[in-house]
Design a protein around this ligand. Structure first.
Ligand code: URA
Length: 271
């Protein structure tokens, strides 16, 4: 493959040296293992697990029914919130145990007119301290990648909407010791991400890593299998790519992530 100057700039930003004739510096490394499939696939489409279990071991009907009604009502309520009310709802959320260990919630960052929505996994230590997504090492890589595409998370600069991204996570609270999000936590947090997407109405979604993919595509396929094509989330084009934290460990997949971002950029530029 021959790279354009723009592509070379991107690869440099990502810490990759491009291959030149006579050089072996960036020979393609052996393909890294794709990000493993979901360890514990989330229940997705179909009847709620509780309903299916009832045939075998009935749950206490009254308690289950009350919980379902409460959950539905909460989801419906969140779906009506505007940006300030949504931010407040996230800040005060106690829907799962992560509220006990978080320092603060991490709502999202970027311009509300942004054309790109980037969805990550969950806040880490730095994000928990600062209240902003992707500010640690993975965030620095993400910013480099965005910069190489002339994109920005800033909402106060001179850039037009086409160059602005909004960044949010599937979870708004840090899991202790950065462990993987649990299905119940993802389910509790999902209405917030859905509402952010509905309010933003982005032209394009980039799902980074398997938890974003699970939340948005309802798929437990590995990222390596889903990347490279344009999916849809409620009519919005969605591109899957590797999580920046994974890219910090996998040089070979950085070049694939660059291809994914080029694909995303071509979708975002469609009239
Ligand atoms: N990883 C994520 O997925 N999100 C963050 O905000 C930070 C690290």
């Amino acid at each position: 493959m021959s790279w354009t100057e723009r592509q070379r700039a991107m690869l440099r930003e990502m810490g990759l040296v491009t291959w030149q004739p006579g050089s072996r510096a960036a020979d393609p490394a052996p393909a890294a293992q794709p990000v493993p499939a979901v360890a514990t696939p989330r229940p997705v489409a179909g009847p709620p697990a509780r309903v299916m279990q009832q045939a075998v071991a009935p749950a206490p009907p009254a308690a289950a029914a009350v919980l379902d009604i409460a959950t539905d009502e909460r989801t419906r309520h969140i779906a009506t919130l505007d940006w300030p009310a949504l931010r407040d709802a996230v800040a005060g959320c106690q829907a799962c145990a992560l509220c006990q260990s978080r320092k603060q919630t991490v709502f999202g960052v970027g311009d509300r007119q942004a054309r790109w929505m980037i969805v990550g996994e969950a806040p880490g230590e730095q994000e928990d301290l600062s209240g902003e997504p992707f500010v640690g090492a993975a965030g620095q890589l993400l910013d480099s990648m965005l910069r190489a595409l002339s994109l920005t998370r800033r909402d106060d600069g001179p850039e037009p909407a086409a160059q602005r991204v909004y960044i949010a996570n599937t979870l708004k609270c840090r899991p202790p010791r950065n462990r993987n999000p649990q299905p119940s936590e993802l389910a509790a947090c999902e209405p917030f991400l859905m509402r952010q997407l509905a309010l933003l109405q982005p032209r394009l979604i980039v799902a980074m890593g398997r938890f974003a993919v699970q939340a948005l595509l309802r798929s437990s396929d590995p990222v390596g299998k889903l990347r490279g094509k344009v999916h849809q989330y409620q009519g919005v084009p969605l591109v899957v790519t590797y999580h920046p934290a994974y890219l910090l460990r996998s040089l070979a997949d950085k070049a694939r992530a660059w291809d994914d971002l080029c694909l995303a950029a071509s979708v975002a530029e469609r009239p």
